[in-house]
Design a protein around this ligand. Structure first.
Ligand SMILES: [Cu+2]
Length: 497
């Protein structure tokens, strides 16, 4: 299934190439900026933050702050980040640990930080109800009760999530446990175990990346034309081992990425959103919707160069909004991996990674149906805030949409009745995908998930169990993870009682 080569990739994208450098830095809305000068910037690796001990608690200090970032030489771009000017540190925690995250806000506006994928009490979730005002600190305290996984964190302020993430606030949140300790997977952070936050952004001529919604981006989501990995433009990574573990996060606002290696080589996916798959899944094309994660293992030989590409699938995103097309980004390189002339032999990949506890459809006491809707009329487009809904309802923080009983196993039936795909995300629990239009999910989706792409006219059934954290007064969110859709109302609230 090696349907592409580096040569054909370069040829096919040459037409949309935009020269970087010179007096003006400007990228038209319609085409991705190709790094015509090659991949010239060393990949930034977010700082690893393992916290410090206070009594029996691991404490992490995070500060949301404004700053400037030099993505392109000579251009100071105003951005926001956590403990820095763009993105944030990678938090690492262990299953069973009691933790406290102190979130300080030095922005000149309220925001929140949400622990995406984490199983925890709703009051500690950092969602729209846990607003951190300027110059205040919010302490999120909980005990990690979760399998090893690559989670992440990002703002979740009502109506402002998309803009705050766009400006740069996001980071990885790695959970380790006894199982991940025992597996012979690359785990040397920054050396052979690499967080990879993939994003795209749009820049103005003078190097700003203002968040401004057009009618088009209000409907389709904000799709950029400059790709970043860990906030690095045109990045390369120098590998020193024969196996590289990439913990990939689609950290974009709205783009779906279709990832492949330019030599057509296969790679192994070992984990999905909520942790390890039962066995590695061999693949050569990985689709990641906004907010989805995948851990993959890439095999390298000495001195080779391999490009991690985004492949153009299904036409890209720059066409007409009414065509019902997907948000697949066009073709461009994300990261060049350069293997050293002498590289260290990594351990063989284990054939078994974890044992799943599969939830049984027969144990479900309830099926809830969620219709994902977009009003495509002219009025909805012009009207702004309320063109996206679930079950006919636009998000209202004062309304509880669903009440779940503690201990129950439920099936949620996600129906996309709109013309574009929606990545559905729920807080509190990791779910399992039962089927897509009655068909079993792909092997790499057969695990713990917290985001699932629901394609137009598709019905996806997911199953989950609500084991902990009943609180009638503190809701969890479920929503589309195209952030512009979430902000425009495609979100609801459930409580566990
Ligand atoms: Cu959506």
């Amino acid at each position: 299934m090696n349907v592409f080569t580096r040569r054909s990739f370069l040829k096919s994208t040459a037409a949309s190439a935009v020269v970087l450098g010179g007096a003006a830095v400007y990228w038209p809305r319609s085409g991705f900026a190709q790094p015509t000068g090659g991949m010239t910037n060393l990949l930034k690796i977010p700082a690893l933050e393992t916290g410090h001990a206070e009594g029996g608690v691991r404490v992490y200090d995070l500060t949301m702050q404004n700053g400037v970032t030099e993505f392109f030489e000579g251009y100071q771009t105003p951005t926001s980040g956590i403990n820095g000017s763009y993105l944030g540190p990678t938090l690492k925690v262990r299953d069973g640990a009691a933790i406290r995250i102190n979130v300080s806000n030095t922005l000149e506006e309220p925001s929140t930080l949400h622990w995406h994928g984490m199983h925890l009490p709703a009051r500690m979730d950092g969602g729209p109800h846990q607003v951190v005002s300027p110059n205040e600190t919010w302490a999120s305290e909980f005990t990690i009760k979760q399998k090893a996984a690559s989670l992440w964190y990002h703002p979740h302020l009502m109506g402002k999530t998309a803009e705050h993430v766009w400006r740069g606030m996001a980071g990885m949140f790695i959970v380790e446990d006894a199982e991940s300790d025992a597996l012979p997977l690359p785990n040397n952070y920054g050396i052979d175990d690499i967080p990879l936050v993939l994003q795209d952004r749009i820049f103005t001529r003078d190097g700003r990346m203002d968040y401004g919604l057009s009618m088009h981006s209000r409907m389709m989501g904000m799709v950029g034309n400059v790709p970043f990995a860990n906030g690095t433009y045109a990045p390369y990574f120098e590998a020193t081992t024969t196996k590289l573990r990439l913990r990939i996060l689609n950290g974009s606002n709205a783009s779906t990425y279709n990832l492949a290696l330019d030599n057509g080589a296969n790679f192994m996916q070992v984990a999905t959103d909520g942790g390890f798959l039962e066995a590695p899944v061999e693949m050569n094309l990985l689709q990641l919707a906004p907010a989805e994660r995948a851990e993959i293992i890439v095999d390298l030989v000495a001195a080779e160069k391999v490009m991690l590409l985004n492949m153009a699938i299904g036409g890209g995103s720059s066409g007409g909004m009414m065509s019902g097309e997907n948000n697949n980004a066009p073709a461009f390189p994300f990261l060049e991996i350069r293997a050293a002339a002498k590289i260290t032999q990594s351990a063989d990949l284990p054939s078994h990674l974890t044992t799943m506890e599969w939830l049984n459809e027969a144990d479900a006491v309830k099926t809830r149906v969620f219709n994902l809707e977009m009003q495509m009329g002219m009025g909805a487009m012009m009207g702004g805030g309320n063109s996206h809904s679930i079950n006919g309802k636009v998000m209202d923080m004062a309304r509880i949409d669903e009440v779940v009983n503690l201990g129950d196993t439920e099936i949620w039936e996600l129906r996309n009745v709109s013309m574009m795909p929606h990545p559905f995300h729920m807080h509190d629990v990791q779910f399992q995908i039962l089927d897509r239009d009655g068909q079993p999910p792909a092997p790499n989706e057969h695990g713990r998930k917290d985001v699932v792409m629901v394609n137009p006219d598709e019905v996806v059934r997911i199953i989950m169990r609500f084991e902990d954290y009943a609180d009638a007064n503190a809701p969890f969110m479920y929503h589309c993870h195209i952030l512009e859709h979430e902000d425009a109302g495609m979100m609801g609230q459930f409580v566990v009682v």
